[in-house]
Design a protein around this ligand. Structure first.
Ligand code: MTE
Ligand code: MO
Length: 205
């Protein structure tokens, strides 16, 4: 019997990325304090009913959870490999508060006004989630406690820490870094780092 060669493994590191020692922490501004009594996760904008919904901490933390194993790629070129995130899938949230039929984009808002925009298809991607745990422990304060967004198939600035609101959008709009020269879509496999690389249709007019 002739031995079959092993199929080549899929590359795990997108172009231009490297794996540093340890797990860098990166964000703009201070680490917020979590106040469970007043904390809300708002779903707003173009909802199907036209009303916004605010999940309290007991409500949100009691939703069914899923686990995702994923790598994490920062546009400054470090990648953090093999993170085990556990939390609430975007599918679960969208069942509870569905978007209006015309929604094509989503803005994700963190504390202090940080934001990142994604296309609806990136929001509903199977790995996109609201993470409450990393590697079987609650997410640490500097990594986004109590809840952070995880959009592992896009550059990590889209993975908003300390997430407080999801806004359904009928039209494309730029978030915090997207307004400051970073790519509207941010696919690390296509090295979509900067807004000057955007092609027609990849950003708001
Ligand atoms: N709220 C908020 N979320 C944020 C950021 C930020 O400045 N504020 N920085 C982003 C960037 S650029 C990166 S690389 C990742 C870093 O996540 P980490 O600190 O868990 O490695 O968080 C992202 N989420
Ligand atoms: Mo980043």
């Amino acid at each position: 019997m002739v031995e079959q060669p092993e199929p080549p493994e899929e590359p795990r590191l997108p172009p231009g990325q490297y794996v540093p020692r340890g797990r860098p922490v990166m964000h703009y501004g201070r680490v917020p304090t979590f106040r469970p009594e007043t904390w809300r996760l708002h779903v707003m904008g173009a909802t199907a009913t036209g009303e916004q919904h605010g999940f309290s901490w007991p409500e949100f933390s009691g939703l069914p959870r899923t686990t995702v194993l994923a790598d994490f790629h920062c546009v400054t070129k470090f990648s953090i490999m093999g993170n085990e995130w556990s939390g609430v899938s975007t599918a679960t949230l969208m069942e509870l508060v569905p978007p209006a039929p015309g929604v094509r984009h989503v803005m994700i808002w963190g504390e202090y006004g940080y934001s990142a925009n994604v296309r609806l298809g990136d929001f509903t991607h199977a790995q996109t989630m609201f993470a409450l745990e990393l590697d079987e422990k609650p997410i640490s304060p500097e990594r986004g406690f109590p809840v952070r967004m995880v959009v592992p198939h896009l550059y990590a600035w889209k993975s908003v820490k300390w997430v407080r609101a999801v806004e359904y959008l009928l039209e494309d709009k730029r978030g915090f870094w997207e307004e400051r020269g970073y790519h509207n879509i941010a696919d690390p496999w296509r090295e979509q780092r900067y807004s000057y690389q955007e092609e027609a249709g990849e950003g708001p007019p």
